[in-house]
Write a protein of this length. Sequence first.
Length: 148
Amino acid sequence: MIDKNAVITVPEKGAAITNTDRYRLSLLDGLSLGTVTYTGVLLRDLTARDVLDAQADAERVVRSGEKVLLVGSPARMGAELLRRQIKSLEGGDAPYQGPLSLDELGRLSVRDLDRLQAAVDALDVYASLPHTEAVTARGRDAGGDGKP
C-alpha cells in the first residue's frame, strides 16, 4: 500500500501483491481536468508492452550532418513510463481512466509530480524484491560479488 507520504507499506514476508488496486496515492494539489479536480491516483504495475511502447514513443529521428539517426531520450522515456503507470485518477463522480497524456501529466504541480515519481520509484524497488530474495537464497547477492 502507498500511504499518504508516498511510501510503500510492506506486506508480511512471503505475501504476494496481486491486486494493483492497492497502489493508491493522494495528490496534495490535485489535477484539474475539465470541471473536475482529481485528488487521488490509482497506480498499476508496468507491463512489457508498456516498456516497449514507451521506448518507441521516446525515440525520434534526427539528422546529423549527412546521417539520419534514431535517438532515444531518457527523460521522455521516464515520462512515458510514468504516464502509463497511472491506471486512473480519483476524486470526481467517476474515475478518469489512464494512462494520462503527456499534456495531462504536465498539468500536475511540481509537488504532486515529485510525489507520484517517489511512489512509482518505491513500487519499482518493491517489484524487484522477489528477484533479489531468490538470488540471495541461492547463495549470491544481487550485486553478483558472491557474498551472501
